[in-house]
Design a protein around this ligand. Structure first.
Ligand SMILES: [Cu+2]
Length: 122
């Protein structure tokens, strides 16, 4: 009687514990390339929304990065140019190096241009 009860509790525990462990590990895989802080951010955008850019200057104190970028259709920038963006997550600046090629999406939020998504260009 006692053994049966323990087996029951163990299987119940296993059934409860395994799905969260699995979910945590797949979450890590999905966001591993972006610093693991993507849990609350928007889903990754479609690839054809991404704009190519090259990191020119990183201002960690100011939370800003200077990027030479191609046309940003959503911001009415039809010409390539170099300009300063804020970043949505300051930790992204730690993942960038000057002369890195990136692919990103920028948005204008309250009149401030912010990189809301970025990934390293392969
Ligand atoms: Cu621009």
């Amino acid at each position: 009687m006692k053994k049966t009860l323990i087996a029951c509790l163990l299987s119940g525990f296993a059934g409860f514990a395994f799905p969260p462990v699995y979910a945590a590990s797949s979450h890590h895989d999905a966001h591993g390339g972006h610093g693991g802080h993507g849990a609350t951010s928007a889903p990754a955008p479609a690839k054809n929304d991404l704009v190519d850019g090259v990191v020119k200057r990183i201002d960690k104190a100011g939370g800003k990065v200077t990027v030479a970028h191609g046309p940003l259709v959503n911001l009415n920038m039809s010409q390539p140019m170099t300009m300063v963006f804020r970043v949505k997550d300051a930790s992204w600046l730690d993942q960038m190096r000057v002369d890195d090629k990136i692919r990103f999406i920028a948005d204008s939020i309250g009149g401030t241009l912010i990189i809301v998504y970025f990934e390293a260009a392969k």
